[in-house]
Design a protein around this ligand. Sequence first.
Ligand SMILES: [Zn+2]
Ligand SMILES: [Zn+2]
Length: 311
Amino acid sequence: MSQHIFPLRIPTPFAVGDVFCYLIVDDKIVLVDCGYYAEESLERLKAHLGEQGLQLGDLDEIWLTHGHPDHFGQAALLADRSGAVIYGHPKERSNFAGNDDRDLFRDYFQSQDVPEELVQQMLDQLEWLQQYQQPIEPEWVREGDLLESGRISVEVKKVPGHAPGHLLFDTREGVMFGGDLLLDNISTNALINFDPDTRQRNKSLLQYRASLRWIAEREGQVLPGHGEIIHHIREVAEHHLQEQEKRYAHIHQLLAKQPMSLMELARRLFAPSIEQGAVFLALSEVLGYLDWGREEETIGWNQRKRTYCKA
Ligand SMILES: [Zn+2]
Ligand SMILES: [Zn+2]
C-alpha cells in the first residue's frame, strides 16, 4: 500500500461489523468512504485524523464507493465542517438521498405475495437506517473519470451488484479501493435495488457476478470496506462465484421437486435468518438466483400462482 494511504477502522451498529475508510494524505486530504452518521463515528474519525496531525477542516475531498450508511452516512456533516467536495455515482442517487424507493419495494414485494407484516418489517428497517445517514447530493463521477489527490490518481470503475452505482477506485498501480465489491470471509449480498432512472428492479446478482468476473482478472490488492486487505484477488472472487454456482444448482433441485413462491424458497433456505429479522437479505439472496434462472430460461414463473418452477 502506498505510504500516502491509511486505513481507518470505524465500528458500526450493523451486522457487518467495523467499516474501513481510507485516508489519503497527499497534496489533497481525501477520504475514501467516511463512516455512518453518529457521534461515536465522528469521534473515531477525528481521533484517526489526529494521529496524522489533521483535523476535520483539513478534508478536501470525499470519494464514495456507494450509498450505504456505513460508507457515506456522515459525508454531509464532514462536508459541512470542512468544505470537502463529495463524489459518487449517479445510480446511487436514491441511496444518497435517503432511499425514496420505499413505494417500489412495497409494490414489488406485494406482487410476489410476501406477507404484509414482513413487508412492513422491511420498510421499518429501511426507516431505522435513516438515523445513521444524512442525505447528500454529491458531484457525479462516471466510469472512466479520474479523481486525483496529487501523486495518486484513481480511475473510476463502475462495479454494480451490491448497489446499483457501486464504484471501485483504481490507482492503476496495483491498489484498488473496493468498497463492498470484494470481501474476504464476509458474504456480500447483491441487494434488491431499483434503477433510479428507469425505476425498474435491477438484476443485481447478475450485475454482481459480472463485477466479480471483472475483478477476478485484476492484479494487485483490494482495500475493502470490511475485513482484511485482499491480496489474492482471483482466489477470493472465484470462491464467491463458485459458492453462487452451488446455490444456483441447489435452488434448481428444490424447484424440480415442487414449484415455490419467492417467500417459500426463502423460508426453505434461510428460515433462522428470517426468524431473526433478516428477511430483506434472505429475499435478496433468493431473488438473485431466480433472476439468473429466468435469464437462462432454466426457471419459469407462473404469474397466476406466483410461483417459480424448473423450466
Ligand atoms: Zn454496502
Ligand atoms: Zn459495507
